[in-house]
Write a protein that binds this ligand. Structure first.
Ligand code: SAT
Ligand code: MN
Length: 590
């Protein structure tokens, strides 16, 4: 039975039913009874495996198809009418052509199956930030994951009322054929269609498809921002909480930073860190002229391998109940889960992510897939911010961009102003594994960490960032950090993890004009004595080196940026070219 009388919703769903021809349609009302019945059903078919309920209450394991284990950027499309609006960094196809292609694939694909109608909200239901959508899917796994990652059910329908302002999402597993896998966004139609996948960001449409690709486009139209950013609150000993959002390319410890644990000395002094979000931030200008950020999700879809009691105890704690694990190993000794680096006690009697017998003593393969995941409720997180459910979000004092650079980027620097900060975000980059050898690796640019997630032309996106600056009376300061600088031998020079709070402390002092800084060619750098290294085993020399600018490397960097900008079909804003020229001139004059 339909749970709404909304005509636009019902008419659209009727069309999708006609297309996919499911045997029955089930509306997800968000009740625990219904979700529990679906878990039972999924266990009976092997789609889920129920884990040890004493050790991991409410936790389940899922194994995806072995050829369906990650997002597929090559098969992800932005389908807007004009190709130039998708830009050079997105795959594009004409919407009519893509609809025709997809309709052929979806036709009859749910025969003999159930279509689940998931009404969901990105953001607290009823908040001025929230946006509503539907995902129609033939996968119970998707329903149960969406119920962790987003707010689902009747409350969403009530909040939507008669409005036709909703995102239309259709997902079918079809036959999981990787050759016919499509993840398609139609930003001009508020529509998302994904087919032939059952995993992660391909099918949990609220996350990258809606909250980043569609939302970034809506943000440009409506004057706000959808960013691939964590949101973190830092509480100082005076009890004041200041908020930071941050964008990082993958493999830079973004989740760890989002759930940072202050060093012991800081804890003793009364510092605390609060996680508001680990992946996505929707950001608006508030009536007070500040930027306000909220996390549209309510769960974490985190990478399991490497998560442990040292690297991220808060993430680990988040997975101890109500969590769905995907493609990790099953420890048969006690019916729990295991993944690489979870502890120093790998199981001898286990099934690997493929379901094959696995024994730590003899294994030559990974137990868990490197991209295996946990889907965990955010409310499980021990450091979840008291403001997590605040419908207005939190006010930002600083925005940080990061990357993994062996030599080029110093530990931290501050941009001169908003325009320069946008430049700093646009040149974000990481180097391929060369960090391990101390050499300078191949530079991969990932502006604002949005390369695979921007729903329109990246050049227009940078314009939008610049335009937003004009609307914010009290602009957050913009910084760049690099936790991964290495010495001649390739060793990391900065301890990272909780000690990154030492850098955040400086950043937040700068944001409130509480500390001086040194002006350099690339922006403001800390005076070494302004970074608190109490209890740290770090020499003055190393600290100085972490806070230095290598002229020669930066000249190379500037040349590389020039080349990078040239790939954007003349759409790089003139303000960013100006910033590049300024950087080149500063380096010449130095
Ligand atoms: O699969 S997700 O897109 O949700 C996570 C990721 O790949 O970044
Ligand atoms: Mn992400």
């Amino acid at each position: 039975m339909a749970l709404t009388k909304n005509r636009a919703v019902l008419a659209w769903i009727d069309k999708q039913i006609e297309l996919t021809q499911p045997e029955q349609v089930v509306w997800i009302d968000g009740t625990e009874e219904q979700l529990e019945a679906l878990r039972v059903q999924a266990c009976s078919t092997g789609e889920l495996h129920k884990l040890n309920q004493e050790k991991l209450p409410g936790c389940y394991l899922h194994r995806s198809d072995p050829h369906d284990v990650a997002r597929v950027e090559g098969r992800t499309f932005i389908c807007c009418k004009k190709k130039e609006n998708a830009g050079p960094t997105n795959n594009w196809m004409d919407p009519d052509e893509m609809y025709a292609k997809l309709h052929a694939l979806y036709r009859g694909s749910m025969q003999g199956k159930t279509m689940y109608v998931i009404p969901y909200s990105m953001g607290v239901v009823g908040s001025p930030f929230a946006k509503y959508g539907f995902e129609l899917t033939d996968s119970i796994y998707v329903v149960l994951n969406m119920a962790i990652m987003t707010r689902v059910g009747q409350s969403v329908l009530d909040a939507l009322g008669d409005s036709d302002d909703f995102i239309k999402g259709l997902h079918a597993k079809a036959d999981l054929n990787p050759e016919e896998r499509y993840i398609v966004q139609f930003p001009e139609d508020n529509t998302i269609m994904s087919i032939n996948s059952g995993y992660g960001g391909n099918v949990l449409q609220g996350k990258k498809c809606f909250a980043l690709r569609i939302a970034s486009y809506l943000g440009e139209q409506e004057g706000w921002m959808a960013e691939h950013m964590l949101i973190l609150g830092v509480q100082n000993p005076q009890g004041e909480v200041r908020y930071i959002s941050g964008a990082f390319p993958s493999a830079c410890g973004k989740t760890n930073l989002a759930m940072l644990i202050p060093p012991e000395g800081y804890q003793k002094d009364g510092w605390k860190a609060w996680c508001v979000g680990d992946d996505i931030a929707w950001i608006r200008v508030g009536e007070d002229g500040r930027l306000w950020a909220m996390n549209p999700e309510c769960g974490f879809f985190g990478v399991a391998p490497g998560t442990n009691a040292d690297s991220n105890p808060n993430a680990l704690a988040s997975t101890q109940q109500g969590t769905i694990f995907t493609n990790v190993a099953l420890n048969l000794e006690d019916n729990t889960v295991w993944w690489e680096k979870m502890d120093h006690n790998p199981p001898k009697n286990a099934l690997d992510w493929l379901g094959n017998p696995w024994n730590a003593d003899t294994a030559s393969t990974h137990a868990a897939h490197p991209n295996s995941r946990f889907t965990a409720p955010a409310k499980n997180c021990p450091c979840i911010s008291p403001e997590f459910e605040n419908p207005h979000g939190v006010p930002l004092s600083a925005i940080i961009f990061g990357g993994r650079r062996a030599r080029t980027a110093p530990l931290v620097y501050q941009s001169r102003d908003w325009q320069h900060g946008v430049f700093v975000g646009s040149i974000m980059a990481s180097e391929t594994t060369a960090a391990a050898t101390g050499a300078v690796g191949v530079v991969r640019r990932d502006p604002m960490a949005m390369l695979p997630f921007c729903g329109y032309h990246m050049g227009d996106y940078w314009h939008h960032w610049l335009n937003m600056g004009d609307k914010i009376e009290h602009k957050p300061k913009i910084f760049n950090v690099n936790w991964f600088r290495t010495d001649e031998e390739g060793h990391f020079m900065w301890p990272g993890f909780g000690d990154n709070l030492r850098v955040l402390e400086w950043i937040l002092k700068r944001a409130f004009d509480e500390v001086d800084a040194k002006e350099t060619e690339i922006g403001y750098l800390p005076y070494p004595e302004d970074i608190n290294v109490k209890d740290l085993d770090i020499s003055d020399q190393v600290l100085e080196s972490l806070l230095s600018v290598d002229q020669a490397l930066w000249k190379q960097e500037a040349a590389n940026i020039r080349e990078f900008y040239q790939g954007f079909n003349g759409k790089v804003p003139k303000e960013l070219w100006e910033e590049l020229t300024k950087l080149e001139q500063n380096l010449e004059q130095a």
